[in-house]
Design a protein around this ligand. Structure first.
Ligand SMILES: NC(=O)c1ccc[n+]([C@@H]2O[C@H](COP(=O)([O-])OP(=O)(O)OC[C@H]3O[C@@H](n4cnc5c(N)ncnc54)[C@H](OP(=O)(O)O)[C@@H]3O)[C@@H](O)[C@H]2O)c1
Length: 318
């Protein structure tokens, strides 16, 4: 199989395409012939930083590091204990998060418990781009914030991978949704169904909003999240995606009487099944805006690393 190994932490030049031995599925493993691989900010963070690599693997860093967690593809072989899938099934999943999913390869091994059948109406590229961003948004909007009909929900970075799913899930649960991005992404964010759009580059959001029920804050900044706390009413909920900010946010949350939840996404076939059913019924759509070939995977990393990606960036194998 073809794969990208990470030679050492650092820039994209450290991702090297190599030829490796074909994989074999055993036990509850499914061997997937890869069709598409979603590229996420986590991939870039772990590529750059040995601290992040150690954190995400719990210190179990293998000799040969293959990055990537999102995958879609076709089942090529199943281990003797697999009961859910058979050869030829079209599947997608978030593989081994936390851990190393090793999806930057033309063959991927995954536990059957992390995979879900791909809805027939969506492309492999859309399915491969979905798992990490959609599961993060699901675990933020549904599992932690428990967004309900009538809630006023502010979604920051609504134009990003996580944000574009968070907007759609919150709308699906009946919320009134306010989405932020810069002006160039306004049409994209409005196309997701937001009730209000805010250009964060024009006026600070806290000067335009007050007393919202829920904020989903995907911005990697304690200061930004503290500004978010100011627009939530007493008894409201904040979800942030940098759980290590918990201590720094504690005092502000207490003072504002706001409940705070730090989310770190985890593989979940149960959650992904719910997402697949929304994709199947076209109530939610994965918006892929840029597709790269397997040979151009480093270019996909550069786009994600820019912090300016719109929707999802995906790599396809053919
Ligand atoms: N904890 C977890 O498990 C977890 C999981 C997934 C992601 N994350 C983190 O969540 C963050 C978002 O992930 P993602 O996949 O959605 O990233 P992404 O797709 O790369 O997000 C890019 C988008 O963010 C928007 N943006 C940037 N700064 C903004 C600001 N100050 N206000 C509003 N919008 C802003 C940009 O819009 P403009 O170009 O218009 O500015 C761009 O469209 C990343 O930091 C990632 O590491 C955490």
């Amino acid at each position: 199989m073809k794969a990208y190994i990470l030679e050492k932490n650092g820039g994209v030049e450290n991702l090297k395409q190599v030829q490796l031995k074909d994989l074999v599925a055993t036990g509850d493993q499914v061997l997937i012939e890869t069709k598409a691989i979603g590229i996420n900010p986590a991939d870039v963070l772990v590529r750059n930083s040995d601290f992040m690599l150690n954190m995400i693997t719990g210190g179990n860093v293998p000799e040969q590091i293959i990055l990537g967690w999102d995958v879609s593809g076709v089942v090529k072989q199943v281990g003797e204990k697999v009961t859910t899938f058979t050869v030829g099934d079209e599947v997608f999943g978030l593989i081994s998060m936390p851990g190393l999913g090793s999806t930057y390869a033309t063959e991927v091994l995954a536990s059957e418990h992390q995979l879900v059948l791909k809805p027939e109406n969506i492309q492999f590229s859309e399915a491969g781009a979905t798992p990490m961003a959609a599961l993060t948004a699901w675990q933020a909007v549904v599992t932690k914030a428990n967004v309900k009909s009538g809630d006023r929900v502010l979604v920051h970075a609504a134009s990003g991978g996580v944000g574009h799913f968070a907007v759609q899930f919150a709308k699906e649960f009946g919320a009134y949704v306010i989405g932020t991005s810069s002006a160039k992404n306004e049409d994209f964010v409005r196309s997701l169904g937001v009730d209000e759009f805010l250009d964060y580059t024009k006026v600070p959001f806290e000067e335009q909003l007050e007393k919202v029920d829920v904020v989903i804050d995907a911005i990697n900044s304690v200061e930004h999240i503290q500004r978010s706390i100011k627009v939530i009413h007493s008894g409201g909920r904040l979800v942030y995606l940098q759980p290590h900010f918990a201590e720094a946010l504690e005092a502000s949350l207490q003072e504002a009487k706001v409940e705070g939840f730090g989310v770190f996404v985890s593989s979940s076939a149960e959650n992904l099944k719910e997402i697949a059913s929304l994709l199947a019924s076209v109530k939610v759509n994965t918006k892929v805006t840029q597709t790269f070939s397997f040979d151009d995977l480093k270019d996909a990393h550069n786009v994600v690393e820019s912090g300016r990606a719109t929707g999802k960036i995906v790599v396809v194998t053919e």
